[in-house]
Write a protein that binds this ligand. Structure first.
Ligand code: ASP
Length: 435
């Protein structure tokens, strides 16, 4: 039994709907389908969800939303007409227009992209339509409610033969619609797969799965046929963003594999993400770079010898109010690496506070750091691979501020100056995948 989620570009117009139909109907196991809202039909086009956000802003500013709503509704009408469906959404459109007039909450409006697309897809496939507001739940404080969702969703799906459940939204107590973060239809798909006890969660998009680097920037990037959930999380941290981060846990906990596939090239094998592999993967899987970090370092002779050092240092970290993502250490120094946007004090000021509290000799702050990553099957057993990565950076003239390899050998993270990030990633990709 397969749960499939189709992204916005897979449902951007009638032509794409036809491809989705072929895919769904080619395997009777594809019983539950989770659609996004219509995405871009070409580079210059707009996503329906973005148009709904624009409508909401216009409404807040007291401007008319009629022309924007007309544009949105025409997209759905065009799909319906092109597919020759016996379906009219006029009363839905009128309801949405009326509620805009009454200024209902933002999440309600932006969720309508998925809601309307779900109705059309259900009609086209001949599947039951299940409104996500009836089966996906959030708490009063806005947090997602996994337990209630699992109970209602499991029950509802157990009574459905085939169904379409729109992505991205659910409801909070009192019935108000609430959305996941942007890109959240992936999360709905994972929740449906979990509740349906699916054998596989297929995530259909417009790329052939995960690659060794972003294929738009690296034409020589290699696709990754199979990896574990662990690799997927590490690749995400490295910057690869095919799937929403919160879509991993619901299926991972139940051991349901994810299969990323390309709607436009369904014959391609895509990327399978599985709980375990019988044999460890060898070689490098991918490289990536993420900017936006700051590193604060304090130095003092025998710093870490002091028995209270770790206690004092953790309370300083806690007081900074920001989760440090890495803590590279030397014998006489320790560094904390933070996402810069989350810091309330400047990195230099933070360093100074720590220097005083730890009675350290000096403090240093690097304001613009990028984390450049190599994700691999097992770097501990591949010293040549790591040497090649470091040599590539040296050849490209990139200096490494700090380096950390996870002890499981899956991730090597190198801190470099932000301006060197692109060169570093290019050099790593060339050395590990192109030579
Ligand atoms: N349509 C929503 C967005 O654009 C959710 C999704 O596509 O997953 O973010």
């Amino acid at each position: 039994m397969i749960v499939c989620k189709f992204g916005g570009s897979s449902l951007a117009d009638a032509g794409q709907f036809r491809k989705v139909y072929q895919i769904v109907k080619s395997d009777p196991g594809r019983r539950f389908v989770v659609p996004s809202a219509p995405g871009k039909r070409n580079e210059a086009d707009e996503k329906v969800t973005d148009l709904f956000y624009a409508c909401f802003e216009a409404c807040e500013e007291g401007r008319s939303v009629d022309h924007l709503l007309d544009r949105i509704f025409r997209r759905y009408d065009d799909i319906i007409a092109d597919l020759g469906l016996n379906l009219r959404l006029d009363s839905e459109f009128e309801g949405i227009r009326r509620l805009f007039g009454m200024r209902l909450g933002r999440d309600y409006f932006v969720s309508r992209g998925e809601y309307l697309n779900g109705i059309i897809l259900a009609n086209y496939l001949g599947y039951e339509f299940i409104d996500a507001a009836d089966v996906i739940f959030f708490r009063q404080d806005g947090a997602f409610d996994p337990d209630k969702t699992d109970v209602y969703l499991t029950e509802k799906l157990s009574r459905a033969r085939n169904a379409v459940i729109p992505g991205f939204y659910g409801s909070a107590p009192g019935g108000t619609v609430k959305t996941f973060p942007r890109g959240g239809s992936d999360i709905t798909g994972a929740l449906v797969a979990r509740a349906a006890r699916a054998d596989v969660y297929e995530n259909w998009t417009d790329v052939d799965g995960y690659f060794s680097a972003d294929p738009r920037r690296f034409p020589a990037a290699r696709s990754i046929p199979v990896m574990t959930f662990h690799h997927l999380r590490e690749l995400r941290y490295a910057g690869a963003a095919v799937l929403h981060e919160d879509a991993i846990r619901p299926v991972r906990e139940k051991g349901i594999p994810i299969h990323i596939k390309n709607t436009n090239r369904p014959d391609r094998s895509g990327t399978r993400v599985v709980p375990h592999l019988t044999e460890k993967l060898s070689g490098a899987l991918g490289v990536g770079g993420r900017k936006g970090y700051a590193a604060v370092t304090v130095e003092k002779d025998e710093l870490r010898r002091s028995p209270s050092f770790f206690r004092t240092f953790s309370s300083l970290l806690e007081r900074s109010g920001v989760q440090a993502e890495l803590l590279p250490c030397g014998v006489d120094s320790v560094t904390a690496v933070f996402p810069r946007h989350a810091l309330t004090a400047s990195p230099a000021a933070l360093g100074e506070t720590w220097r005083e509290a730890l009675e350290a000799e000096s403090a240093r702050a690097e304001e613009s750091v990028a984390l450049v990553s190599v994700v691999a099957g097992d770097l501990t057993g591949a010293p040549v691979l790591r040497a090649r990565a470091l040599q590539a950076l040296a050849d490209a003239g990139v200096s490494v501020i700090f380096a950390e390899q996870s002890a499981d050998g899956v991730h090597l993270i190198l801190g470099v100056r932000e301006e060197a990030c692109a060169d570093a990633v290019a050099a790593l990709h060339k050395a590990l995948f192109e030579d």
